[in-house]
Design a protein around this ligand. Structure first.
Ligand SMILES: C[S@@+](CC[C@H](N)C(=O)[O-])C[C@H]1O[C@@H](n2cnc3c(N)ncnc32)[C@H](O)[C@@H]1O
Length: 276
């Protein structure tokens, strides 16, 4: 919460309430989302949201997360507290724009740097597979900021897939193909192998390691995402190495990058590995 807003709320909230004010939020396009709005402030949530709206001109909708990311589609439940009655917005990052409904599609603006990091690794003429592509934010980041030959995205949430298709048009990309469905059904039908495979589903990416490895060329790069406590970072390496052993491949671990924090000492990590 910006400090000046706390100042502005001094007349409306008690000292104790002011101390409880949420300190972090996400800005998805022009929608501001409080991730953890304290229940002690529920009675004053609309007043707080109105103040935010009146003082941050770029914000047109203020929401709180009523339920965290859940289910196969990893979508949140959002409650609008102030502003326009919509959850659709256009978000801008790394020279791209993505249209999405912040409740019907998984999207985190906090991963913009991670998407930039991956894009910087993509080399000329690579073919890239994004296994859980959402509204196509990774594929478009790569298409617009690299010289990749082709990018394929697969997404099971039909609404996210639909936004993905719209986003290809919005960004005028020519080298992305998006498929709607479960990676386990779609991938065996795509008769090609890739130079790079991204697995941005930290909750359960390990369940898909076998199929990811089958689709990687010899010497190809794997980006495996996981949620881990800092004491368990070695587990990501173990998961990838054990899947490699099972699939008779070998791997060279390149790096483990922290790309988000979701609790005390708990992180979203990306393990980069070259698969031989
Ligand atoms: C954490 S989100 C990431 C979305 C997107 N890559 C991004 O960074 O915004 C994971 C996505 O995987 C999709 N998903 C989950 N299981 C899947 C499966 N078996 N096949 C294809 N997509 C799947 C979900 O619907 C969700 O959109």
């Amino acid at each position: 919460m910006p400090r000046h807003l706390k100042e502005l709320l001094k007349k409306d909230l008690t000292k104790k309430e002011l101390e409880m004010m949420p300190t972090s939020f996400d800005l998805v396009g022009d929608i501001l989302i409080f991730a953890d709005f304290p229940k002690e402030l529920i009675k004053k949530e609309k007043k707080i949201a109105k103040k935010v709206l009146d003082n941050l001109p770029q914000v047109k909708v203020v929401c709180k997360k009523a339920k965290q990311y859940s289910g196969t589609f990893r979508t949140p439940k959002l409650k609008i507290l102030a502003g326009q009655k919509r959850k659709e917005t256009t978000h801008t990052e790394n020279n791209i724009r993505v249209l999405l409904d912040a409740e019907k599609v998984y999207f985190s603006p906090r991963l913009g740097h991670e998407r930039e990091r991956i894009s910087k690794r993509v080399k000329k003429d690579e073919s890239v597979l994004v296994m859980f592509s959402g509204c196509a934010v990774y594929p478009i980041n790569i298409a617009k900021n690299t010289k990749a030959k082709e990018i394929i995205g697969i997404e099971i949430n039909p609404i996210a897939h639909k936004y993905g298709l719209k986003n290809l048009t919005l960004n005028k990309t020519k080298n992305i193909s998006l498929y709607k469905g479960d990676v386990n059904d779609i991938l065996p039908k795509i008769r090609k192998k890739f130079d790079r495979v991204l697995m941005p589903l930290p909750k359960s990416a390990e369940e898909y390691l076998d199929i990811a490895l089958k689709k990687l060329k010899k010497g190809g790069m794997l980006h495996f995402y996981d949620f881990l406590h800092e004491n368990e970072f070695k587990d990501a390496e173990k998961k990838v190495k054990s899947a490699c052993k099972k699939n008779k491949r070998s791997c060279r671990i390149i790096s483990l990058v922290r790309c988000g924090q979701f609790g005390p000492a708990k992180f979203r990590v990306c393990l980069d590995a070259q698969i031989k």
